[in-house]
Design a protein around this ligand. Structure first.
Ligand SMILES: [Zn+2]
Ligand SMILES: [Zn+2]
Length: 390
């Protein structure tokens, strides 16, 4: 099979699919229309199985004509609660909801790939799994895994995924070995003191005063205790206390996130708890600390990275494969799969200032470079073929 030729032949169909998803975006776990289209499309390809998982999740399975390993490819399908202002003629028809993260493109690419693979099943030395995941923006992967997605997929030996990315120029592919997207944990700290009259602070215990020291201690930890080669960010996004200027409140709530682009997040969490608890104690307050996982660390398998890098170099040329300044403090729940199965995740560059496709994702003016869809399909298909033939 000539992958480039096959992708070219189907490119326009994939673009049309993507535009249709774009017109009709759906929020996490509400992707009913989208899932319906995915299932109808896969159903027409005569796959061995098309399974439903976690409501709007879909797993398509294609057994190739020759024995071999099982490879899973993942696309996310959800949109965001954003009012679209991209100016595209196929803009969202649903007020307040938009595909502003490019998942419409991811979904369309994987459908196109499935169609090509299905037409060439005799040539596949292994089994392919096409996984369409709901609600990437809020931890949908974990729910699919809890519902048995990996077992339903036949316990694949490798998992691949990608994201269309505005900040890398169109025509490039970006990737790193090891940590690529940070783990994120959300914290909520409730500081308890003793409220009372603002004129008699000595009779009260101010949680506001304690919090000011807690924040300063966190900032000191950020700047002085961190190994700068193991990036960590602790940021505070929300603080609430008090109702009236003459009253010292009983409690204060502080919320934020801890992000680590390394494996040693447990140490950071332990020190965070210690710093908050001891600082509160010093100021005669007590505290409760809740830590909730947002995303796990997304770290690429080193050997799959080498395979992906050479695959990308063959496809777009060595000078267009970027491996510096690629890792980010944002997250992707693809990590939940790649923590359990050796995984490889990469970015497909689509930035072009003239087309406005360099606007960041999650922005109302976000635009997708449709030329990057063919590159993304070719990249993943070549990677799968190279992996299975290895
Ligand atoms: Zn997103
Ligand atoms: Zn995304």
């Amino acid at each position: 099979m000539d992958i480039r030729q096959e992708v070219k032949a189907i490119e326009q169909e994939v673009i049309e699919l993507r535009r249709d998803f774009h017109r009709h975006p759906e929020l996490g776990f509400e992707e009913f229309r989208t899932a319906g289209i995915i299932r109808d499309y896969l159903g027409a390809l005569n796959l061995d199985d098309v399974l439903t998982c976690s409501g709007t999740g879909t797993i398509g399975i294609l057994r190739g004509g020759k024995p071999g390993k099982t490879v899973m490819m993942r696309a996310d399908i959800d949109a965001l609660p954003i009012q679209e202002e991209s100016g595209e003629p196929f803009s969202s028809e649903t007020p307040g909801v938009a595909h502003a993260c490019g998942h419409d493109g991811h979904t369309a690419m994987l459908l196109g790939e499935a169609k090509i693979w299905a037409a060439h099943r005799d040539e596949i030395p292994g089994t392919l799994v096409f996984l369409f995941q709901p609600n990437e923006e809020d931890a949908g992967a974990q729910i699919m895994i809890d519902d048995g997605a990996i077992e339903m997929a036949g316990n694949p030996e490798a998992v691949f995924g990608c994201h269309l990315k505005h900040n890398f120029p169109f025509g490039t592919i970006a990737m790193v070995p090891g940590p690529m997207m940070a783990s994120s944990y959300y914290f909520k700290v409730t500081i308890r003191g003793k409220g009372g009259h603002g004129g008699y602070p000595h009779l009260c215990i101010s949680p506001i005063s304690a919090a000011s020291h807690v924040i300063a201690s966190i900032d000191t930890f950020n700047s002085l205790e961190q190994n700068v080669f193991r990036p960590t960010v602790i940021s505070i996004g929300k603080i609430h206390a008090g109702e009236k200027e003459i009253v010292i409140p009983d409690t204060l709530e502080l919320e934020g996130s801890i992000r680590c682009l390394h494996f040693d997040h447990q140490h950071v969490h332990n020190r965070f708890r210690e710093i908050v608890e001891k600082t509160c104690d010093l100021h005669r307050c007590t505290c409760d600390i809740e830590l909730k996982c947002g995303n796990s660390l997304l770290a690429n398998d080193e050997r799959l990275f080498e395979l992906a890098r050479t695959t990308a170099e063959d496809l777009v040329g060595m000078e267009h494969v970027l491996t510096r300044d690629v890792a980010v403090m944002g997250g992707d729940d693809f990590a939940e799969f790649s923590n359990r199965i050796p995984g490889m995740y990469y970015f497909i560059g689509m930035g072009d200032p003239e087309l406005g496709t360099d606007v960041p994702n999650h922005n109302s003016k976000f635009r997708l470079h449709e030329g990057s869809l063919a590159i993304g399909m070719e990249m993943q298909m070549n990677l799968v073929m190279n992996y299975l033939n290895r």
